[in-house]
Design a binder for this molecule. Structure first.
Ligand code: FAD
Ligand code: NAP
Length: 331
């Protein structure tokens, strides 16, 4: 396995924050991963997939491991379902496209999400009414400290809204090596989000996949053109009572039922109403079409992004009494 020294991480994070790793391991097999873990001897390190959900606040990391293992293996198949094991370094969108081509369904709404398969369970990636956890049967990971292999069933993963056990009890403790998916052979299309059904020419998985891609391309900045990490804040979940009180004060409040007693507020609306949409300073700013997306206009550091995010959190808290939580991981 090639060990690179003093490697720039500029191209390894979609916010294009300048940082470097004194030791950089790009692992392309489980054996290489285990050698890297052995060399690291339990030291902490920055683990990256595609770097599309991280803010690098430190400018120098002692060690970084980039999970780049590849492979899709059929485990079982019957008339209704197919089960596949997918290596953690596979590119998420390529896997979604592969599934569609094979006639394996369920992931169409998650097309074009950046990043790797191995990172998908971490925050239970979701879009347009579908969450990846619905299709995950198990996750296999190595313990960073010992190299021991662990298997998590779907229940063990404790998937919730943009959340899982990997962000809590096992935060920065594991390297996911593969994810087992159970996909449908009979499509069941989720077309409830605005802009999806009305642009579909026909009710097929291919049309849904294309509608999602077209909608995302029309609304979201491509990190290759304007560096970003997607939504910077999670949509806050509040009690029905708090949402009702807010709606009285702010009649335009955008809210969606979450559970019987909880409501999901649209964080983008809160940020927009607090006056931040299209804000920019010399280096960083808020996207002009999507207030949840913080962007790096060039040369912005992790501190520049975090100062902006703290200012936004503060003004949303003052105006609405709602606490916004960042979605990306900060290192
Ligand atoms: P990274 O950013 O590299 O890592 C994220 C975290 O996961 C880090 O803590 C890292 O240490 C950990 N990690 C990475 N790989 C592993 C592994 N193999 N084992 C253990 N831990 C690991 N997210 C959504 O949920 N829905 C969306 O619709 C969506 N849209 C986006 C659009 C844009 C334009 C962008 C830039 C981002 C978007 N995201 C979205 C966020 C992001 O794409 C996802 O969170 C994605 O899963 C991150 O994958 P990654 O490989 O880039 O992870
Ligand atoms: P949108 O469709 O304009 O919707 C704005 C917000 O309202 C979203 O956050 C969404 O919640 C919520 N919403 C809209 N319709 C809903 C419905 N029918 N039921 C429940 N909630 C609804 O959002 P967008 O910014 O263009 O993004 C589209 C989808 O891609 C969303 O699902 C979003 O989560 C996902 N996305 C995520 C990221 C990321 O980095 N996490 C980045 C870009 C896009 P949800 O977010 O809960 O869906």
């Amino acid at each position: 396995m090639p060990l690179l020294r003093n490697q720039s991480l500029l191209d390894c994070n979609t916010l294009r924050i300048a940082a470097s790793a004194q030791h950089f391991y790009r692992v392309e097999s489980d054996a290489e991963l285990l050698s890297a873990l052995e060399a690291l001897q339990g030291e902490s390190f920055l683990l990256l997939g595609g770097g599309s959900n991280v803010v690098l606040q430190s400018t120098t990391f002692a060690s970084c491991v980039q999970q780049s293992t590849k492979g899709i293996a059929l485990v079982s198949e019957d008339a209704e379902y197919v089960t596949v094991d997918v290596a953690a370094g596979e590119i998420w969108h390529d896997f979604v496209t592969h599934c569609l081509q094979q006639g394996w369904h369920g992931l169409e709404n998650l097309a074009l999400i950046p990043g790797t398969v191995g990172a998908a369970p971490i925050q239970n990636i979701g879009a347009y009414g579908v969450e990846v956890g619905e299709f995950i049967e198990q996750v296999t990971a190595y313990e960073r400290s010992s190299g021991k292999s662990l298997v998590f069933s779907r229940a063990d993963c404790e998937f919730a809204y943009r959340d899982s056990v990997f962000k809590h009890r096992f935060e920065d403790a594991l390297v996911i090596s593969s994810v087992r998916f159970r996909l449908n052979k009979t499509p069941s299309l989720v077309c409830s989000y605005a802009g999806i059904a009305d642009t579909m020419q026909e009710q097929t998985p291919q049309a849904l996949y294309e509608a999602v891609i077209a909608l995302r391309r029309s609304k979201l900045p491509d990190p290759a053109d304007l560096p970003n990490v997607g939504s910077f804040f999670k949509n806050p979940i509040v009690s029905v009572a708090q949402a009702n009180a807010l709606a009285q004060q702010f009649p335009g409040l955008v809210q969606y039922a979450h559970t019987d007693s909880q409501v999901k507020l649209a964080a983008a609306w809160l940020v927009d109403q607090a006056g931040w949409k299209a804000y920019r300073n010399e280096k960083v700013g808020v996207h002009a079409q999507q207030a949840l997306v913080l962007v790096n206009h060039g040369g912005g550091s992790g501190d520049d992004i975090l100062t902006l995010s703290h200012d936004i959190q503060h003004s949303v808290a003052v105006k609405f009494g709602v606490s916004l939580q960042p979605e990306p991981r900060i290192y």
